[in-house]
Design a protein around this ligand. Structure first.
Ligand code: ASP
Length: 438
């Protein structure tokens, strides 16, 4: 953080103030200004877009450089072991998350008594195909995937490339070994530069956060918020429960302090909350993993990009609550069998969806279709779905925050099991500030 090395000169007070404090101030000011000024504050929107652009700019370069480096630094057998562990973790926590969402939905019964009927709206959205999304993980053209920001195909190729590089570095032939080392040093340098750029971008974060939040709150009318209040309460309680019980429990079981974890992860959590994109937050998540949680790059370089794309516990909870809401809203509460179907679909759907704003709302369509509630022009389901879309930004903030926290929890736990966690980051008493090694 900027507080480490004191700056002098232009805007010194700004750069010397704790980054998290600045971000929190931006967040609170954004909420107040958005609610107070309403539509009049929409002109700040470009300031928020600049922040999102800066993050997006760095995402692909950081994924490629750290992933190639990560895969090249481990032997292929170990990569397989880490991969299997994190995959099992992502799937299991995803299933638990949908269950929590469904339970929260059944307890709060949002949408009960709304009695929506056909003909109220014309929301129509394309249904995504799951099989095709899975096949698309293999890029037909790597550079095309890179330039269009398709994370999974880029992960796929970068890992293959990294494994190839690992073989090269361990080759018996001096020429190949030399070439391998040179290329490895190149990627090492590139990754370091990416991290440096992330540090710079974060100095802009408070301004970006202010603008993004002000715009979200300026667009929500008080009446929408009240009528969908139950959905918001159920989703956020579900998120909080998952955070404390599932993540807190997993860390405690692994003898790791939940408080230390939260302190280390908070910048990533807040960035995810305001930007509403796990992929966009990735640079910050990686930085926190290395500098504040002591996770070895060879683990997080692989598990975090993967998690940002396929691990979405927050989204799973959101889907559980929303499907229940829609069932009640149209006067057709979901049966137990339908809820089991939602569980299966929601977990599978989360694998194929990118960590970008609003992606969860598209995934919701898969779950709805699976329980026989497709969105059709003018139908009651479409009306209920449109209501959810009205508050989707607010729900997206919370679920993205949890999505990223889940990636970091899994990565921490797996890193510990692989002896890739620097324990001196965790030994400090929970009341101390997490240190930033770098
Ligand atoms: N915005 C979420 C994310 O990036 C995905 C979603 O819309 O649920 O993780």
């Amino acid at each position: 953080m900027a507080s480490q090395n004191k700056q002098n000169g232009f805007m010194a007070w700004y750069f010397n103030t704790n980054l998290l404090l600045k971000i929190l101030i931006g967040l609170v000011l954004g909420i107040i200004t958005g609610l107070a000024a309403g539509e009049h504050i929409l002109w700040v929107s470009p300031l928020g877009q600049i922040f999102v652009h800066l993050l997006k700019m760095i995402v692909m370069p950081i994924i490629v450089s750290t992933l190639v480096l990560g895969a090249a630094s481990v032997n292929p057998a170990q990569l397989g072991k880490t991969g299997l562990k994190i995959f099992v973790y992502y799937i299991l926590t995803g299933a638990i998350a949908v269950a929590i969402g469904l339970i929260a939905g059944n307890i709060f019964q949002p949408g009960k008594g709304l009695n929506l009927t056909s003909g109220t709206t014309d929301a129509t959205v394309d249904q995504p195909s799951l099989i095709q999304t899975l096949i698309n993980v293999i890029p037909t053209n790597f550079f095309d995937a890179l330039s269009s920001g398709d994370v999974l195909p880029v992960i796929f190729f970068s890992i293959l490339f990294g494994i190839g590089l690992s073989f090269l570095r361990n080759s018996n032939e001096p020429r190949l070994r030399n070439a391998g080392e040179t290329l490895y040093t190149l990627f090492d340098g590139a990754a370091e530069i990416m991290f440096l750029i992330v540090r710079w971008i974060l100095q802009y974060a408070p301004i970006g956060v202010f603008a993004l939040i002000a715009v979200v709150f300026a667009k929500q009318s008080a009446s929408t918020i009240t009528s969908l209040g139950m959905v918001i309460v159920a989703v956020y309680l579900g998120l909080a429960f998952h955070l404390v019980v599932v993540y807190g429990g997993l860390l405690t079981l692994n003898k790791l302090s939940f408080i230390t974890f939260l302190k280390g992860a908070r910048e990533a959590m807040i960035t995810a909350f305001v930007t509403r994109t796990s992929s966009g937050t990735l640079p910050v998540t990686m930085r926190r993993a290395e500098n504040n949680l002591g996770i070895n790059r060879k683990v997080y370089s692989f598990t975090l990009p993967l998690g940002a794309t396929i691990n979405m516990d927050g989204t799973a909870i959101y889907q559980g609550v929303c499907v229940i809401f829609i069932g009640f809203a149209i006067g057709a509460p979901l049966s137990f069998a339908q809820q089991v179907t939602v569980m299966l679909t929601a977990v599978l759907a989360s694998i194929g969806t990118a960590g970008v704003p609003g992606a969860g709302a598209i995934m919701l369509l898969m779950a709805l279709k699976a329980v026989g509630l497709p969105i059709e022009n003018g139908s009651a389901t479409a009306a209920a779905y449109a209501m959810i879309l009205g508050i989707d930004a607010l729900l997206d903030m919370g679920r993205t925050g949890l999505n990223v926290t889940g990636d970091l929890t899994g990565t921490t736990v797996v890193a510990k099991s692989e002896q890739a966690l620097a324990m001196d980051y965790w030994d400090s008493s929970a009341s101390q500030e997490p240190r930033e090694h770098k």
